[in-house]
Design a protein around this ligand. Structure first.
Ligand code: 6R9
Length: 566
């Protein structure tokens, strides 16, 4: 293999940057020979063809189930699902959504959809009706895989393109577009032809939030696998015998790029644990499977820290050899605590839904500076630029930007070319929306978001989506939503609300409004704090000024108020 070395997968950062070429990465895929590509083949079937069919691909457990599957079994189950979709007339390029809690069937379905060249749309299980509707409607999804419990959140009458609902669970009454997953899988053959694709053909559609408008469909193509394979080697440091656990749900990009693609492209054994977070449960999972490489998020690490070193010491965690973090700023004290308690430094990684894979990271092959996101991976160039596109010198804060292109760069925003162009408004650069500075050794330090996007417990929430839901509540006249700094969750969602005539502020009303968002949109998007105001600050064109709300909250000067209404 061209890019790997013994010991750590990367000898030294400098040497890797000097000698790097994406064509060396490409040479590791079967499509370097055949010219044809399919993510599911490269991630699963290729290992079977290489004689590793008996290796465990997936260890799954939740409170009810405990199962393991080899690469050969994953291959057969995904073949079956590919056949189920084909029998329904689903074809290359169709959008197939997956809306279910983590179970092995989620992974069979996702891989099966990829095998026939469908574009997969994963949906987080906590999404409620309006979140589900917006995403299925925008993408004109043809089919969705779900469970009986989640089915009622799919408003079929409003989704004319949605032809098939495939339901995994008990008591499914088939007909009128409903398909029983269990029945269909039992009847399907476990052999299937792969639909061979072009590198620029679709792979996955991840909806994510910006500061304005509805969530946007970030569209990725097969070519992203170059980034997934390579960063699996040099950032996750995956080797033949690793047992790897990424704690993210596939409803978010970390749960697909690094919960599915990177580990399986590298032939690693992948752990999936369903159910809710608890420090004991997660430590027990590490000890049970002897996890060697663990990828999680700052909020979880802060919760472990809150639970105390004693809890960690009561489990045998000596199997861990490499720990990584993503999604929000990783506090230096958490890195130091991790070093003390796990004997490992937590390696921070920075990237986004739009980048499809790792961009700026700490590698095993370099020194971790606690508090820094690390340095750009070989093959990626990052810079700090001002609003005109001038590169700023070390230690000056500005827009964190990336030189275009890289293999896993998003290829479009579904149905919204104007939104796509916004990211590339400065020629030669992708502008991330984060602000940061670079130090004199080329390490990047996160400073904040440039826009109003909220990051709560590592989950990206668009204020507009929450505000739109809030104003559907009968008592709410107007709403403005901001992220309020929080020691555990990074930020929490706070809503400022003015009430309609006839409604009086009360604690009961706050609870009712929060519940309304939770049940209509999703739990993680519901405001944890609500403050009633007689009036909200607005521009003369009627836009609520979130910047002013934030200044109120933090007792800061509100800045330029020349556009305020009165
Ligand atoms: C992979 C993922 C992206 C936004 C990103 C930034 C924040 C991600 C971070 C980080 C500080 C890190 N973010 N990693 N902030 N340090 N290591 O999280 O994708 O859900 O699209 O969020 O998350 O603000 O712009 P996504």
């Amino acid at each position: 293999m061209a890019v790997t070395a013994t010991g750590s997968n990367m000898k030294s950062y400098e040497e890797a940057v000097d000698t790097f070429s994406w064509s060396d990465v490409e040479a590791q895929f079967s499509w370097a020979r055949t010219g044809k590509v399919n993510m599911a083949y490269e991630a699963i079937d290729r290992h079977v063809a290489d004689g590793k069919g008996d290796k465990i691909a997936l260890h799954f457990s939740n409170n009810e189930r405990d199962e393991s599957y080899t690469f050969a079994e994953m291959s057969k189950q995904s073949n079956k699902f590919a056949n189920v979709l084909r029998s329904l007339g689903i074809a290359k390029g169709d959008r197939v959504f997956i809306f279910m809690p983590r179970t092995p069937e989620l992974y069979f379905s996702l891989l099966g959809a990829l095998k026939i060249g469908a574009v997969v749309g994963p949906l987080f299980e906590a999404f409620m009706e309006s979140a589900v509707r917006d995403r299925l409607k925008d993408s004109e999804a043809a089919a969705i895989v779900t469970t009986p419990a989640l089915m009622s959140r799919i408003p079929r009458s409003e989704l004319p393109d949605l032809k098939h609902i495939i339901v995994f669970g008990e008591g499914v009454a088939e007909g009128e577009g409903l398909v029983d997953y269990g029945r269909a899988m039992a009847e399907a053959s476990d052999e299937a032809d792969i639909t061979w694709l072009d590198r620029e053909d679709g792979l996955i559609l991840h909806y994510t939030s910006g500061s304005t408008g509805k969530p946007k469909g970030v569209f990725h193509v097969q070519n992203a696998m170059l980034q997934h394979l390579y960063t699996g080697q040099i950032v996750l440091d995956l080797k033949e015998d690793d047992v790897y656990w990424c704690t993210a749900d596939p409803g978010w990009v970390t749960g697909t790029s690094y919960g599915i693609f990177a580990p399986w492209l590298n032939g690693a054994t992948n752990v999936v644990r369903g159910g809710r977070f608890s420090p004991q449960d997660w430590y027990a999972t590490i000890a049970k499977y002897k996890v060697t490489v663990w990828y999680s998020a700052p909020t979880a690490f802060r919760m472990f820290m809150g639970a105390g070193a004693e809890v960690a010491k009561s489990f045998d965690l000596s199997c861990l050899r490499h720990i990584l973090s993503v999604g929000e700023p990783l506090n230096p004290e958490v890195v130091r605590w991790g070093h003390k308690v796990y004997g490992q430094r937590i390696h921070d990684t920075w990237w986004m839904t739009e980048t499809g894979g790792h961009m700026i990271c700490n590698y095993p092959a370099m020194e971790v500076k606690p508090g820094s996101m690390g340095r750009p991976i070989p093959g990626v160039q990052a810079g700090i630029i001002d609003d005109q596109g001038n590169e700023l010198p070390a230690f000056r804060m500005g827009n964190l930007a990336l030189r275009t292109p890289w293999p896993s760069m998003m290829r479009k925003i579904w149905n919204n070319p104007a939104k796509y162009e916004e990211y590339f408004r400065i020629p030669g650069w992708y502008v991330s929306g984060d602000s940061a500075y670079m130090d004199d050794e080329g390490y990047f330090w996160f400073q904040g978001r440039v826009d109003d996007v909220i990051n709560t417990a590592g989950e990206r929430v668009g204020p507009f989506e929450v505000e739109s839901k809030l104003v559907e509540h009968p008592a709410v006249a107007e709403a403005g939503v901001i992220g309020k700094p929080d020691p555990l969750r990074g930020e929490i969602i706070k809503a400022f609300i003015s009430l309609r005539e006839g409604y009086e502020p009360s604690d009961e009303l706050k609870t009712d409004i929060a519940r309304f968002v939770k049940e209509g949109l999703s739990a993680h998007a519901a405001p944890r704090e609500i403050e009633f105001k007689d009036k909200l600050p607005k521009t003369r064109s009627g836009k609520i000024m979130r910047r002013v709300l934030k200044a109120w909250e933090l007792n800061l000067p509100a800045g330029d108020l020349s556009t305020i209404e009165d």
